[in-house]
Design a protein around this ligand. Structure first.
Ligand code: RIB
Length: 302
């Protein structure tokens, strides 16, 4: 199987447990604080590696970055393309309420210090058919996409968090989109029900495969040039922390699609992995191994 490069963020997540997510102007005591390795890039690399793909991570860390590097390495991710620089590592402040829902404040730090030279040095190691997985938490993404497309890498984009800048990226180079409804609406430029949204994205990017995640409603998939929409629901578990659910879904979907070329199976395995991750606390530490994913499914009900 081809190797995968995730060029993405590495964050230290400072997670505060609160009775409810703060309202504007409110001051509220937290009941606990935890520190976890996270970042959409790091989480997705770990999910890919745990799903059994030869995974390389590229990015940058600063102060406190040892935790992030060790976490990747312990999960089997190759970190030779992660640079250590001066200054603060990327980090977040996360409010986690009792229902397991959260909100996240992001500080870019070292994630915004990617250079053209680092991109060139890293991409030299990859070839046509290798996967490139991107999110929207680092700088120079358009350059990474353009250079990877010249090599013939399969470009996977999770356009999260979505912002104005992302809309100007060369999105026509993307081979596989994994996104939620809000991101899809921003890219399409209008609101519509999920099936229509998927069709609109597909007409805008006919060469891309698209996965639309719908939270409690599961996920939809549409192949290149349209066709039949595939669907999958969520597995029913007790939710304690939704952090990294989308990242785990992304990593497991891509890994399973790469291994089986069966998008329906990829939706099923990714849904199982996300069910496991939301039933545990934290981002990266809660991402399951493939053995856990394949052994647990008989106990879960769709
Ligand atoms: O998707 C979850 C991740 O988003 C967290 O780990 C946090 O670091 C932010 O990047």
């Amino acid at each position: 199987m081809r190797k995968a490069l995730c060029f993405g963020s590495l964050n230290i997540d400072y997670v505060y447990d609160v009775p409810h997510i703060l309202r504007p102007g409110e001051t509220l005591a937290s009941t606990n604080r935890s520190i976890y390795p996270g970042g959409k890039g790091l989480n997705q690399s770990i999910a890919l590696a745990k799903a059994g793909v030869a995974t390389f991570h590229a990015g940058a860390v600063g102060e406190g970055g040892e935790l992030l590097l060790e976490t990747l390495q312990d999960s089997g991710v190759d970190t030779r393309f992660v640079r250590t620089i001066e200054g603060l590592s990327g980090h977040t402040v996360i409010q986690r309420e009792t229902s397991g829902q959260n909100n996240i404040i992001l500080y870019g730090g070292s994630n915004q210090a990617i250079t053209e030279e680092q991109i060139d040095e890293t991409l030299q190691y990859f070839s046509s058919g290798d996967y490139l997985l991107l999110q929207n938490e680092i700088n120079l993404i358009p350059s990474i996409m353009t250079k990877a497309a010249e090599i013939g890498m399969v470009i996977v984009l999770n356009p999260s968090p979505i912002d104005e800048k992302l809309l100007a990226y060369p999105l026509e180079l993307v081979d596989i989109f994994l996104l939620n409804e809000i991101e899809a609406m921003d890219i399409v430029g209008s609101e519509s029900p999920p099936d229509e949204l998927l069709r609109s994205l597909s007409s805008k990017f006919p060469e891309a495969q698209i996965v639309l995640t719908l939270g409690e409603e599961g996920a939809l998939y549409l192949d290149r040039k349209g066709g039949k929409i595939l669907k999958h629901g969520i597995f029913d578990v007790e939710v304690v922390d939704t952090t990294a659910a989308g990242d785990t879904f992304t990593g497991y979907f891509i890994a399973t699609l790469a291994k089986t070329n069966d998008p329906q199976e990829a939706l099923r395995v990714a849904s199982l992995a996300s069910a496991l991750v939301v039933s545990r606390l934290g981002a990266a530490p809660s991402i399951p191994t493939k053995e856990e994913v394949y052994s647990i499914h008989i106990y879960l009900k769709e």
